[in-house]
Design a protein around this ligand. Structure first.
Ligand code: ZN
Length: 331
């Protein structure tokens, strides 16, 4: 079985965080911005620790400034994802970075990204949908502006709303207004929690934001009553094991709780988060899961079905993706 060829669904991918280093280097050169300090000799992103990672991430993404840049970013990211067998992907996009949360400017960025996604779908068969994401450490007022952009553009392509950023700042309830606005616009909801924060952060996201998916959520494992609640309520976790191991949430792959959560009945899916920054790909995630937990074709097929059920796209799109999964042998 070739793990790179297995059809995959990815629900947790930050668009800027998925920017291939060669793409960013090229863009920086065009704009005469010197970014030589953020790359290793082999061309990959270089950083020492989490704080340094944040500054490298910021420097890399600082060259993305126009709708045209974001269209090219979408093209580069989807080409890479498709090469790893991804057939459906949901990506986090932030009006904060795309036009400063002005609805008119946001529409221009969105139009450019959607066009690029349509071209990639025609070329590689990969389907992309967007989840508007507010940034926790920018505070509740900026989140409202993002939610307004999301509500104004909710539809076939923008299908969800979420929150990312520093889990250490503010509380989920500070963002309840934005989540209510998004829900009323018909958007599906997810929130980053239980990565840096413990089980309480997951409970707060569920209780205060009423989300149906949790980004990461893995630290729920520290509270088995919460694990059972996730299983009973059918909450899907967007698990990003390679990201967790690279950032030190867990020291090693075989100590990652994804298997325990799954055994206890929690719906788990697999994603890469910010893949080139964590030196990972969907293929690498699958290889490590195979190595650490002995997962095989049937396990990966189950993970894909879980992701398909939890995807924020419409039923026609789901039927298309289901066909891609069924076309591939998985017994
Ligand atoms: Zn994330």
């Amino acid at each position: 079985m070739s793990l790179s060829e297995l059809p995959k669904l990815e629900l947790h991918l930050h668009l800027e965080g998925a920017a291939p280093p060669a793409f960013i280097r090229g863009l920086a050169k065009e704009k005469s911005v010197d970014l030589s300090g953020i790359f290793r000799e082999d061309g990959s992103y270089a950083y020492r620790d989490f704080v340094h990672f944040l500054s490298v991430y910021e420097a890399a993404t600082s060259v993305l400034k126009s709708p045209e840049d974001y269209a090219r970013l979408v093209t580069a990211v989807l080409e890479e994802s498709a090469a790893h067998g991804v057939v459906y992907c949901e990506t986090f996009v932030s009006p904060d970075f795309c036009g400063g949360s002005d609805v008119g400017a946001w529409r221009e960025y969105l139009h450019a990204m959607q066009d690029a996604a349509d071209r990639a779908e025609a070329q590689h068969g990969i389907i992309l949908r967007g989840i508007v994401t507010c940034i926790r450490h920018f505070g509740p007022e900026k989140a409202k502006a993002s939610a307004r952009c999301a509500a104004e553009t909710a539809g076939d392509w923008i299908t969800g709303f979420g929150i990312a950023g520093d889990e250490g700042q503010g509380k989920p309830r500070d963002f309840a207004y934005s989540f209510d606005m998004a829900r009323e616009a018909g958007l599906r909801l997810t929130a980053h929690a239980g990565e840096w924060g413990g089980p309480q952060s997951v409970k707060d996201a569920l209780d205060d934001l009423k989300v149906e998916r949790i980004g990461h959520g893995v630290r729920a494992i520290e509270d088995l009553a919460l694990v059972d609640r996730l299983a009973e309520d059918g909450i899907t976790l967007e698990v990003c094991p390679g990201s967790n191991v690279t950032l030190g949430v867990y020291p090693k792959w075989d100590q990652h709780p994804i298997q325990k959560l799954r055994e206890r009945g929690v719906k788990v899916t697999v994603s890469t988060d910010d893949p080139p920054f964590f030196h990972t790909t969907m293929t690498r995630e699958y290889e490590e899961l195979e190595r650490a937990f002995g997962w095989g074709a049937a396990d990966f097929h189950e993970i894909s079905q879980t992701a398909l059920a939890a995807a924020f796209c419409d039923e026609d799109t789901k039927a298309k993706i289901a066909k891609r999964l069924e076309d591939h042998p998985h017994e």
